[in-house]
Every structure is written in structure tokens, then in C-alpha cells.
Design a protein around this ligand. Structure first.
Ligand code: 3H9
Length: 698
């Protein structure tokens, strides 16, 4: 139920926003605020008004679910204007997060009081492809100054109550009950004869604004995560606050808001927001399944992955024991963990005290028995089935009953790994992405026998350490890497058709990807894929596509780590094209009788995207992925796919599946069976269905 209730505490009215879990400003809440303000103003016994939120939030802002249907009156801007026009002073009691429209409500109040629970105060609209559209771009600069406001609005990043008090966003910080604090504050105002203080009334003198402020900001947003539109309009809206009166500024804000609302990039970002939350729902694992308690974590392997995973848990406050067979590797791994934590302290990302706490939580050992008390053990050794099975058999003998045994394998069969133990129900895949302490994605691989509470534990721990857990079934490479195989293969084909590595990476990066496929392979190490290709017999067609890349590896060019791969790398790690590599592809193309047709940027992007999504559709139909949006969540959080493009599955849905099918078939006619269309796409075209409706519900 979405509402806002009015109660009285003596001569102070308290309006409480109530819409669990985060008081999104749905119609009922907006109406409740408006009615509450009117009633409090009409009541002669009331001297001032306090506005607060129910539960853990003040308000998370406009109700994003309403964006699709369009908001019903009263509009949020109108409600906030009514509130600001109140003849009696209005004080916001910030009891928890206030984001977007939630903060705009607080800015419409005449004063703001907060306690420590108000740890996220911000205008994150840019992150969902829009701008603060209820006066926020006009009031915030007037209240905290243009520079601080511009930073907050363009980054979308929140500040905590303490910082907010420093910049003048919060008038008073209180300990304990913030509503009590705000009531006391309101009474002081009344006693001092201080009335309403509308934030919109100030005029920002253009002379007070640094001349190059907006130009500099514009220059900084070329690769803004919201894409090419939202940040640009945010800057323009804030600029409109300078020198103008509030009414003119807000009219400009409205126009700029309407340029963004409902447009493709905004819809993609909003889809991504809900997709990420949806991924946490596993249909047969309801609230009745309790995750196991994880108090201590063991990690096997002190390599790049093992230490990155260790850091992810240490950063979340969990004690970690890293076990490694080799003393030198263990020392190196421990050193890496320590150095990362120390550098976080040096860069003031964490306090010295917090750094000490994290370091104290790390134990290292050469003995597997050190893991005897661990609630969760994650194996992160070399990607080799025989080795993993040997390790799981040993873990089975050592781990306590009920411990979750996870493998960080990126490709291998989790069921086969589990078969090395007598407790396959406790085994699950937890595939982290490198660097594991930074990347948000965690693919949680559900084996045939993985128990429900084992899976629930992996998903819960993902959330606890700030990762986005997405469930995958078992197949080679799971969801992300299986799709990437198709994508990388297409890049190989285009290299043989005359595109250079820089053409391919450049086209995809200009389209929005953080890194093109060849630069990505160079970063991951070309030898990794090479080894996998050696182990698995490739079809002749595939082997032909990879012939040059294999030769590059055999030349000792393993990518960034050896200073050369597809590109060469200087000390600054910047890539440089290498004509030698281009010649190698040209020679091989000639040997294979391929004509040099040099695909253009649009074709490069289209082919990469369609190969990704076509494989994704196969994965969805096989039930490896629960839903198309899970696949997109994987690509957005683990593969540098830009949020404002929604993900590969969202992209083909937007293109229209019928058109997509036509294109795939045309590519199949030209390039052969690697382009075989996913049956699911054909079925959906025939039925007029949507990818969003394929897969599981809920
Ligand atoms: C805006 O305000 C525009 C204005 O300028 C004016 C326009 C005219 N709406 O994330 P959680 C749901 S734009 C609807 O799991 P957490 C969420 O889907 C808005 N629903 O919890 C989830 O539902 P479910 C600007 C919302 O503690 C549940 O609440 N505001 C909204 O990890 C719990 O969420 C933002 O962009 C919403 N606004 O994180 C803030 N917010 O349980 C977006 C949340 O069914 N929200 N839900 O899956 C967030 O960043 C995080 O949700 C928040 C809580 C930090 C608030």
C-alpha cells in the first residue's frame, strides 16, 4: 500500500511516507504528502511540519515501475512545490536513504535533519538514463552550491549524512531518533520565529560560477556509464539554474527531462536495474529455503583468482584462510592481498583501522586441514579437471559436514567435479570474474545435485560481498564464456576478412563496450584460449579461424603480460597496432582463398552482437539461463557491456526478432553453419512471442 500518513506530536505534524520496502513515491504517497501539507496548514494547532519515511528509507525516489504506464496526478514536482509553499516551516527528518525524487522531496522541505542511517543522499537519476525531474537540478545548486551539485547530479553518486552536513545539504545531524530530533529542531525554529526557507528562492549569481565549470564537465563525460545523452542533459539542466529564476530553470529542466524519459538508453538502463534484481529470484528457491550460515571462508589457490576472491571476502568483513600447496606461491599471494589493502588505505578508500581489521582477518596455510572449520570453501586452482577432482576428493575428507564446497571453474563440468566427493549436494560453482575483488558478476553454477540451500547460500553470499549473483546451469563455459566463444570466433573471422584488430576493437568500443574482443583476449592472456583449444578438438572450420591466433601464441606473444599479442604494449600498457600481425592475417586469408572485404564498423558491431545473442537464445532454450534478463545481467556486470545498451538479449528484442532472424539467416548463407539460428528465435518469430517471456516466470 502506497500512502503518506499524518500524525501529530503536540504542535508538530508528522507526515510519514509509507510504501515498503523503500517508500518509492507512487501516486498514493504523492497524494498523501499533498493532503498532509494541506491538512497541517489548515490546523491552527500545528506550528510546523516534519516529513519522514517509514522503515529503513526516507524514500528511494519516483516509483520506477510507474514510468511504463506514465504517472498519475499529482505530479511529484507539483507536490514538492506545494510543500515548499507551505506557510508553516517544513523539516525533513532523514531516517535513511533519500535518493532521486526522495531527495527532491527533502530539498523541497525548508530544513533538513538527519542521523547516521541517512547514509545515501543523492540524485542517481542519471544512472537510469534520466535527470532529476522534480526540481532537483534547480534546488540542489541553490542549496549546496553549483560545483558540489553538478558533481552529485552528473555522477549520480550519493553522499552520507556527515558529508551532506558539510556541504549544507543537512542543517543538523542528530544521534538516535531522527524524528524526535527533527521535532525538537522544528520547535526551535518556531520559538526563534523562523519561518519557511524555500530552497528555490535563491538566485545563483553567474559571476560566482567558475567560467570553465560546465565546459570542463562536458569534456569529462565522453564515456559516461549512462551513455551519450543523460549526463549531457544533466549538465545543461544545472547550467540553467545559473542566473535564472526558479520557474525558468525548472521549465528548462522539464524540457531536458522529456528528451530523455522513455527513450532507448533510459529504457535500457531501467530494464538493467530490474533485471539485476530479478536475477536474485530463483523460482524453486523460495523464502522457505534458508541459506547456510557463513562465518568463515576458505580459499584454495593463491593465484590471481584465489587472492582476488580472498580480497572480495575480506573487504566484506569475513575471515579468510587461503591455502596453497607451494610456499612461494602462498607468500606471493599473501603479499598481493596485503598490498592491495594497504594501497586502499593509502588512497584513503578505507581507514587505517579498517585496513588493519581486514589484514587481521587473513590467515594463510600450506595445509588443507586449515580449512576444517570453514563454512564455505572456494577452490580456485588451475583449470584442469583431474586436478580439481583430486582437490575435491581431499576437501571431502577435510571439510566439516554442511560446508559449502564451491569451484571457481570458468568452463568445467561442475557435476563431474562434484562426483569426486560423497556430498555432491554441497557442491556448487562460484565463477568469479577477474579482478575478482572488483568485478561485480558472480555466476553461480547449479549442478544436478546441488542442494537448494547450497545454491541459496551462494546467492546470499554474493549479495553480502556486493556481487550480482546469477544462476547458470552446467555447460561448457556456462552462460558468459559460452557466449563469448561465439563472439570471439566471429572476431577471428572478421580478422581473416581484412578487418584489423584496431578496426574491430575500435568499432565495438565506439558503440559502447568497455573493451573490444581482441584487446580483451590480450588482457586475459592469449595462451589461456590456446590451451583450451589444444585440449578440446576443434572442428576444422573453427581450427581454420584460429590458425593465425595460435601462431601468434606460438611466437611467445601471450598478450599484455608478455608485452605483445594482437597488439604491442609499452610501459604504459597502451596498445599499439602491429603491422606484422595484420600481415599474418592477410597471408592466411590469401592461403584460405578469402577475399579482402574489410567489414565496416556497423557490420562488425552487428555480427558480434548477433553471435552473442544467438548463442544466448540457445542457452535460454536449453534452460542453462533462467531468463533472457539474467543473460543481460551477466553481460552488463562481467563483460563490460554498457548498461545503456541493455545487454545483447535486450538489443535483439529491441531490433525486432523477425528482423534479427532475417539477418542471422543471411549471415548463415554467407558464412556457413556457425551462424545456425537458435530455434528459440524462430519459434518466437512464428508465435509473435518475446524473449522476455521465454524462460521461467518470476
Ligand atoms: C526519480 O526519482 C525521478 C525523479 O527525479 C522525478 C521524476 C519526475 N522505484 O535494490 P533493492 C525496489 S527516478 C520502484 O533490492 P537495496 C526494488 O526493485 C528514481 N521500485 O534494495 C526492489 O524490489 P523487489 C531515482 C524500487 O537495499 C526493492 O525496492 N531513484 C525503487 O539493495 C528493494 O530494492 C533511484 O534510482 C524505485 N525507485 O537498495 C534509486 N527503488 O524487492 C533506485 C527500489 O521487488 N534504487 N525499488 O526486487 C536503488 O538504487 C536501490 O534499490 C536502493 C535500495 C539503494 C534504494
Amino acid at each position: 500500500m502506497a500512502t503518506a500518513t499524518l500524525t501529530k506530536s503536540g504542535d508538530i505534524a508528522v507526515i510519514r511516507l509509507a510504501h515498503p520496502p523503500v517508500n518509492a513515491l507512487a501516486q498514493g504517497v504523492r497524494q498523501g504528502i499533498q493532503d498532509g501539507i494541506a491538512a497541517a496548514n489548515a490546523d491552527p494547532a500545528i506550528k510546523a511540519i516534519v516529513v519522514t519515511g517509514d522503515g529503513r528509507a526516507f524514500s528511494a525516489g519516483a516509483d520506477i515501475t510507474e514510468f511504463r504506464s506514465g504517472p498519475k496526478p499529482p505530479g511529484l514536482g507539483e507536490v514538492i512545490d506545494t510543500m515548499e509553499a507551505s506557510a508553516k516551516p517544513v523539516v525533513a527528518a532523514l531516517n535513511g536513504l533519500a535518493l532521486g525524487g526522495g531527495l527532491e522531496v527533502a530539498l523541497g522541505c525548508h530544513y533538513r535533519v538527519a542521523n547516521k542511517a541517512a547514509n545515501q543522499l543523492g540524485l542517481p537519476e542519471v544512472k537510469i538514463g534520466i535527470l532529476p525531474g522534480a526540481g532537483g537540478t534547480q534546488r540542489l545548486p541553490r542549496i549546496i552550491g553549483i560545483e558540489a551539485a553538478l558533481d552529485m547530479i552528473v555522477s549520480g553518486n550519493p553522499v552520507n549524512a556527515e558529508k551532506a552536513a558539510k556541504v549544507g545539504l543537512v542543517d543538523r545531524l542528530v544521534e538516535g531518533d531522527v524524528v524526535e530530533g527533527a521535532i525538537a529542531f522544528a520547535r526551535e525554529l518556531v520559538a526563534a520565529g523562523k519561518g519557511p526557507r524555500p530552497g528555490s528562492a535563491t538566485r545563483i549569481d553567474p559571476a560566482s560560477v567558475p567560467a570553465d565549470l560546465f565546459a570542463k564537465k562536458r569534456a569529462s563525460i565522453a564515456r559516461h556509464p549512462s551513455g551519450p545523452m543523460a549526463a549531457k542533459n544533466c549538465i545543461a539542466a544545472v547550467e540553467a539554474a545559473v542566473g535564472s529564476d526558479y520557474k525558468a530553470g525548472v521549465a528548462r529542466e522539464r524540457a531536458l527531462f522529456l528528451e530523455l524519459a522513455g527513450k532507448p538508453y533510459a529504457r535500457a538502463l531501467q530494464y538493467a536495474f530490474f533485471a539485476e534484481r530479478q536475477a536474485a529470484n530463483v523460482p524453486d528457491i523460495g523464502k522457505d529455503v534458508t541459506p547456510r550460515d557463513v562465518k568463515t571462508v576458505g580459499i584454495l589457490g593463491a593465484g590471481t583468482m584465489g587472492t582476488g576472491i580472498g580480497l572480495a571476502f575480506l573487504n566484506a568483513g569475513l575471515p579468510v584462510t587461503i591455502v596453497e600447496a607451494n610456499q612461494q606461491a602462498l607468500d606471493q599471494g599473501a603479499k598481493r592481498v596485503r598490498e592491495t589493502i594497504e594501497s586502499n588505505v593509502q588512497r584513503s578508500r578505507i581507514s587505517a583501522e579498517e585496513g588493519q581489521k581486514r589484514l587481521a582477518n587473513l590467515t594463510t596455510s600450506l595445509d588443507l586441514k586449515a580449512l576444517v572449520n570453514a563454512d564455505l570453501i572456494i577452490e580456485a586452482v588451475f583449470e584442469n579437471m583431474a586436478l580439481k577432482k583430486e582437490i575435491f576428493a581431499k576437501l571431502d575428507a577435510v571439510a566439516k559436514p554442511g560446508a559449502v564446497l564451491a569451484s571457481n571453474t570458468s568452463t568445467l563440468d561442475v557435476d563431474e567435479i562434484a562426483s569426486a566427493t560423497k556430498r555432491p549436494q554441497d557442491v556448487v560453482g562460484m565463477h568469479f570474474f577477474s579482478p575478482a575483488n572488483i568485478m561485480r558478476l558472480l555466476e553461480v553454477v547449479r549442478g544436478k545435485e546441488t542442494a537448494k540451500d547450497t545454491l541459496a547460500t551462494a546467492m546470499a553470499i554474493a549479495r553480502r560481498i556486493g556481487k550480482v549473483g546469477v544462476v547458470s546451469g552446467v555447460c561448457f563455459g556456462f552462460i558468459g564464456n559460452r557466449m563469448v566463444e561465439a563472439y570471439l570466433e566471429e572476431a577471428q573471422a572478421m580478422l581473416l576478412e581484412g578487418a584489423t584488430p584496431a578496426d574491430i576493437d575500435g568499432a565495438l568500443e565506439a558503440w559502447g563496450l568497455a573493451m573490444g574482443p581482441l584487446a580483451m583476449m590480450d588482457m586475459a592472456g592469449l595462451d589461456v584460449g590456446y590451451r583450451i583449444r589444444q585440449e578440446h578438438k576443434l572442428t576444422p572450420e573453427r581450427a581454420k579461424l584460429y590458425r593465425v591466433t595460435d601462431a601468434i601464441v606460438e611466437m611467445g606473444r601471450h598478450g599484455q603480460k608478455t608485452g605483445a599479442g594482437y597488439y604491442t604494449y609499452g610501459a604504459d600498457r597502451k596498445r599499439q597496432s602491429d603491422p606484422k600481425i595484420e600481415e599474418m592475417f592477410a597471408k592466411e586469408a590469401a592461403a584460405q582463398g578469402l577475399s579482402n572485404r574489410k567489414p565496416g564498423a556497423d557490420e562488425i558491431v552487428e555480427r558480434c552482437l548477433l553471435r552473442l545473442a544467438n548463442e544466448g537464445a540457445k542457452i535460454l532454450e536449453e534452460g542453462i539461463a533462467l531468463r533472457a534478463s539474467d543473460i543481460d545481467t551477466i553481460y552488463l556486470n562481467g563483460y563490460g557491456f554498457p548498461g545503456w545498451r541493455g545487454g545483447p538479449m535486450w538489443q535483439i528484442e529491441e531490433m525486432g526478432l523477425a528482423k534479427v532472424a532475417e539477418k542471422i539467416k543471411a549471415y548463415e548463407a554467407r558464412h556457413g553453419k556457425r551462424w545456425a539460428i537458435a530455434p528459440l528465435i524462430e519459434k518466437l518469430v512464428a508465435s509473435g512471442g518475446k524473449l522476455a517471456d521465454a524462460g521461467v516466470k518470476g
